[in-house]
Design a protein around this ligand. Structure first.
Ligand SMILES: [Zn+2]
Length: 168
Protein backbone atom coordinates (compact mmCIF):
# COMPACT_ATOMS: atom_id res chain seq x y z
CA UNK A 1 0.00 0.00 0.00
CA UNK A 2 2.73 2.42 1.02
CA UNK A 3 4.77 1.32 -1.95
CA UNK A 4 1.85 1.93 -4.30
CA UNK A 5 1.22 5.34 -2.79
CA UNK A 6 4.82 6.45 -3.11
CA UNK A 7 4.87 5.18 -6.66
CA UNK A 8 1.80 7.17 -7.57
CA UNK A 9 3.32 10.24 -5.91
CA UNK A 10 6.42 9.71 -7.97
CA UNK A 11 4.31 9.51 -11.13
CA UNK A 12 2.49 12.70 -10.15
CA UNK A 13 5.79 14.45 -9.53
CA UNK A 14 7.23 13.38 -12.87
CA UNK A 15 4.04 14.49 -14.63
CA UNK A 16 4.23 17.96 -13.02
CA UNK A 17 7.89 18.39 -13.85
CA UNK A 18 7.43 17.14 -17.41
CA UNK A 19 4.84 19.84 -18.33
CA UNK A 20 6.64 22.16 -20.75
CA UNK A 21 7.32 25.66 -19.40
CA UNK A 22 5.42 27.22 -22.32
CA UNK A 23 2.22 25.48 -21.26
CA UNK A 24 2.41 27.24 -17.88
CA UNK A 25 2.94 30.72 -19.33
CA UNK A 26 -0.36 32.55 -19.87
CA UNK A 27 -0.95 32.70 -23.63
CA UNK A 28 -0.49 36.08 -25.34
CA UNK A 29 -3.49 37.07 -27.46
CA UNK A 30 -2.87 36.96 -31.22
CA UNK A 31 -2.76 40.21 -33.19
CA UNK A 32 -4.50 40.58 -36.54
CA UNK A 33 -3.80 43.14 -39.26
CA UNK A 34 -6.31 43.26 -42.11
CA UNK A 35 -5.59 44.15 -45.75
CA UNK A 36 -7.85 47.21 -45.25
CA UNK A 37 -5.61 48.47 -42.42
CA UNK A 38 -2.52 47.96 -44.56
CA UNK A 39 -4.12 49.79 -47.49
CA UNK A 40 -5.15 52.70 -45.23
CA UNK A 41 -1.61 53.03 -43.86
CA UNK A 42 -0.17 52.96 -47.35
CA UNK A 43 -2.50 55.83 -48.32
CA UNK A 44 -1.28 57.81 -45.28
CA UNK A 45 2.33 57.02 -46.20
CA UNK A 46 1.87 58.39 -49.71
CA UNK A 47 -0.18 61.44 -48.63
CA UNK A 48 2.08 62.47 -45.74
CA UNK A 49 5.45 61.11 -46.91
CA UNK A 50 5.52 58.92 -43.80
CA UNK A 51 8.44 56.53 -44.27
CA UNK A 52 8.08 54.24 -41.26
CA UNK A 53 4.72 53.59 -39.58
CA UNK A 54 4.46 50.92 -36.88
CA UNK A 55 1.14 49.10 -37.33
CA UNK A 56 0.74 46.71 -34.40
CA UNK A 57 2.92 44.86 -31.92
CA UNK A 58 2.76 42.17 -29.26
CA UNK A 59 4.91 41.48 -26.21
CA UNK A 60 5.76 37.86 -26.81
CA UNK A 61 7.90 35.20 -25.20
CA UNK A 62 11.51 36.35 -25.59
CA UNK A 63 10.83 39.91 -26.72
CA UNK A 64 8.57 42.11 -28.81
CA UNK A 65 7.17 41.40 -32.28
CA UNK A 66 6.09 44.38 -34.37
CA UNK A 67 4.83 44.94 -37.91
CA UNK A 68 5.48 48.25 -39.70
CA UNK A 69 4.51 49.78 -43.04
CA UNK A 70 7.47 51.28 -44.88
CA UNK A 71 7.21 53.54 -47.90
CA UNK A 72 10.10 55.24 -49.70
CA UNK A 73 9.93 57.79 -52.52
CA UNK A 74 13.69 57.90 -52.88
CA UNK A 75 16.73 55.76 -52.18
CA UNK A 76 18.58 56.09 -48.87
CA UNK A 77 21.71 58.24 -48.69
CA UNK A 78 23.34 56.13 -45.98
CA UNK A 79 22.88 52.76 -44.30
CA UNK A 80 21.53 51.61 -40.94
CA UNK A 81 22.38 48.94 -38.40
CA UNK A 82 19.92 47.88 -35.71
CA UNK A 83 21.89 46.66 -32.72
CA UNK A 84 19.48 43.96 -31.56
CA UNK A 85 16.41 44.04 -33.81
CA UNK A 86 16.16 41.58 -36.71
CA UNK A 87 13.93 42.70 -39.57
CA UNK A 88 12.12 40.76 -42.27
CA UNK A 89 11.02 42.77 -45.33
CA UNK A 90 8.12 41.75 -47.54
CA UNK A 91 7.95 43.89 -50.68
CA UNK A 92 4.41 44.95 -51.61
CA UNK A 93 4.79 47.53 -54.41
CA UNK A 94 7.64 49.04 -56.43
CA UNK A 95 11.18 47.79 -56.93
CA UNK A 96 14.76 48.74 -56.27
CA UNK A 97 18.17 47.59 -55.14
CA UNK A 98 18.79 46.75 -51.50
CA UNK A 99 22.33 46.51 -50.17
CA UNK A 100 22.98 44.38 -47.09
CA UNK A 101 26.21 43.62 -45.27
CA UNK A 102 29.49 45.45 -45.70
CA UNK A 103 30.32 48.08 -43.13
CA UNK A 104 29.16 51.50 -41.99
CA UNK A 105 31.69 54.03 -43.23
CA UNK A 106 32.32 57.53 -42.00
CA UNK A 107 31.44 58.26 -38.41
CA UNK A 108 28.67 55.85 -37.44
CA UNK A 109 26.11 57.86 -35.54
CA UNK A 110 23.91 56.37 -32.78
CA UNK A 111 20.22 56.67 -33.67
CA UNK A 112 17.43 55.64 -31.32
CA UNK A 113 14.68 53.96 -33.35
CA UNK A 114 12.77 52.60 -30.36
CA UNK A 115 9.71 54.63 -31.44
CA UNK A 116 9.30 52.46 -34.54
CA UNK A 117 10.35 49.23 -32.82
CA UNK A 118 13.86 49.07 -34.32
CA UNK A 119 15.64 49.89 -31.03
CA UNK A 120 19.15 51.32 -30.63
CA UNK A 121 20.66 51.74 -34.11
CA UNK A 122 23.61 53.25 -35.96
CA UNK A 123 23.58 55.26 -39.19
CA UNK A 124 26.54 55.88 -41.48
CA UNK A 125 27.87 55.68 -45.02
CA UNK A 126 27.15 52.59 -47.10
CA UNK A 127 30.41 50.68 -47.74
CA UNK A 128 30.55 47.38 -49.61
CA UNK A 129 27.87 44.75 -49.06
CA UNK A 130 25.73 42.60 -51.35
CA UNK A 131 23.28 44.21 -53.80
CA UNK A 132 19.98 42.57 -54.65
CA UNK A 133 17.22 43.81 -56.93
CA UNK A 134 13.87 43.25 -55.21
CA UNK A 135 10.26 43.57 -56.32
CA UNK A 136 6.80 42.58 -55.01
CA UNK A 137 6.80 39.17 -53.33
CA UNK A 138 10.48 39.26 -52.39
CA UNK A 139 11.34 38.60 -48.73
CA UNK A 140 14.63 39.65 -47.09
CA UNK A 141 15.73 38.76 -43.56
CA UNK A 142 18.10 41.39 -42.19
CA UNK A 143 19.80 40.12 -39.04
CA UNK A 144 20.49 42.50 -36.16
CA UNK A 145 23.93 44.07 -36.65
CA UNK A 146 23.83 43.88 -40.48
CA UNK A 147 24.07 47.20 -42.39
CA UNK A 148 21.17 47.71 -44.85
CA UNK A 149 19.72 50.32 -47.18
CA UNK A 150 18.05 50.84 -50.55
CA UNK A 151 20.77 52.19 -52.85
CA UNK A 152 18.48 52.85 -55.86
CA UNK A 153 14.75 52.77 -56.51
CA UNK A 154 13.05 52.18 -59.87
CA UNK A 155 9.87 53.70 -58.43
CA UNK A 156 8.48 54.42 -54.96
CA UNK A 157 8.65 51.22 -52.93
CA UNK A 158 6.38 49.96 -50.14
CA UNK A 159 7.04 46.99 -47.94
CA UNK A 160 5.97 45.41 -44.68
CA UNK A 161 8.70 45.05 -42.06
CA UNK A 162 8.41 42.41 -39.34
CA UNK A 163 10.64 43.41 -36.43
CA UNK A 164 11.69 41.26 -33.51
CA UNK A 165 13.32 42.93 -30.53
CA UNK A 166 14.75 40.43 -28.02
CA UNK A 167 15.62 43.31 -25.69
CA UNK A 168 12.00 44.27 -25.01
ZN1 LIG B 1 16.12 48.59 -40.76
Amino acid sequence: MIRTLSRSLAVTFVTLVAVPAAAQTPPVPAVHISPAEIAALLETAIAKSAVDQPIKSADVHGGKALVAMLHRDRAEAGALIHERVTETYYILHGSGTIVTGGTLGGTAKPTDLTRVGAGPSLSGERQGGDSRHVSPGDVIIIPAGTPHSFSTLDSPISYLVFRFDPGK
